[in-house]
Design a protein around this ligand. Structure first.
Ligand code: PGA
Length: 268
């Protein structure tokens, strides 16, 4: 059973999909089918150019949905053509930013060191960093999953203070499960999330680690979400494909709400 004090976070990663009219239509359609005061924290992550559109439409509809970016540059300003900084994101009053997604690591050579710097700057600007980690298929097949994930976590969080850990979210996303339809088996997903919590305990202590939300990502959908979200160390989902359609995203949010309600009832 997930720890209800941490609560669940469901974040839709829209990647380089959706135009402005599609973002508006999505939010308008979601409004009547998503609860007004959900227990779950719900979020979408559109492209940079659509962040403002998403924010404005959500506000207009009074929807309890937060908006985060998919990446940012760690330097705050300067001659970095084409980049977007924490200052820009903060100005839009965003909730946070995805950092170190495997597609950024793979196609844009993002390093653990850059992810660490970005995490620190996001925190400095009050943005929630959602730091993504996860092993490649060949790393898993070679039996290196744990070593890879521990190293990514250690480096991403290097130099942070224990007090900052609750203001961060980690997303465990096995790279071979992203966009492939091959979900990581529920017990294994929970085992790796627990391993991350153990590593954070070693680095920052139990209080920090117990307050840290750890999401699972990689082909989460309506067939597997309930089982994943009911695990002891999985505190939500980072969802790509299944977040693109209003119906399936709404169903995922409602499933997360139900899991939270059941668990709150069981505890209380
Ligand atoms: P997926 O993507 O749900 O389509 O596997 C997850 C992600 O990339 O964050």
């Amino acid at each position: 059973m997930a720890n209800m004090q941490r609560g669940l976070l469901m974040a839709g990663n829209w990647k380089m999909f959706k135009t402005r009219s599609e973002v508006e239509a999505f939010i308008l359609e979601l409004a009547p089918i998503f609860q007004k005061s959900p227990q779950v924290e719900a979020m979408v992550c559109p492209s940079f150019t659509l962040l403002s559109t998403a924010q404005k439409t959500i506000k207009r509809m009074g929807l309890p949905l937060k908006v985060s970016a998919q990446n940012m540059e760690y330097r705050e300003e300067g001659a970095f053509t084409g980049e977007v900084s924490a200052i820009h994101l903060k100005e839009l009053e965003l909730r946070g930013v995805l950092l170190g997604h495997s597609e950024r690591r793979q196609y844009y050579n993002e390093t653990d060191n850059a992810i660490n710097q970005k995490t620190k700057v996001a925190l400095q600007y009050g943005l929630l960093p959602i730091v993504c980690v996860g092993e490649l298929l060949e790393q898993r097949e070679a039996g290196n999953t744990d070593t890879v994930v521990i190293e990514q976590i250690t480096k991403a969080l290097e130099g942070l203070d224990a007090k900052q850990i609750p203001a961060i979210v980690i997303a465990y996303e096995p790279v071979w499960a992203i966009g492939t339809g091959k979900v990581c088996e529920t017990p294994e997903a929970n085992r790796v999330c627990k391993l991350i919590r153990t590593q954070v305990t070693a680095q920052f202590g139990a209080d920090a680690a117990n307050a840290l939300r750890i999401l699972y990502g990689g082909s989460m959908n309506n067939a597997n979400a309930e089982a994943l979200l009911s695990q002891s160390d999985i505190d939500g989902g980072l969802i790509g494909g299944a977040s693109l359609k209003v119906d399936s995203f709404a169903e995922l949010l409602n499933t997360a709400n139900q899991v939270m309600s059941q668990q709150t009832a069981a505890v209380g």
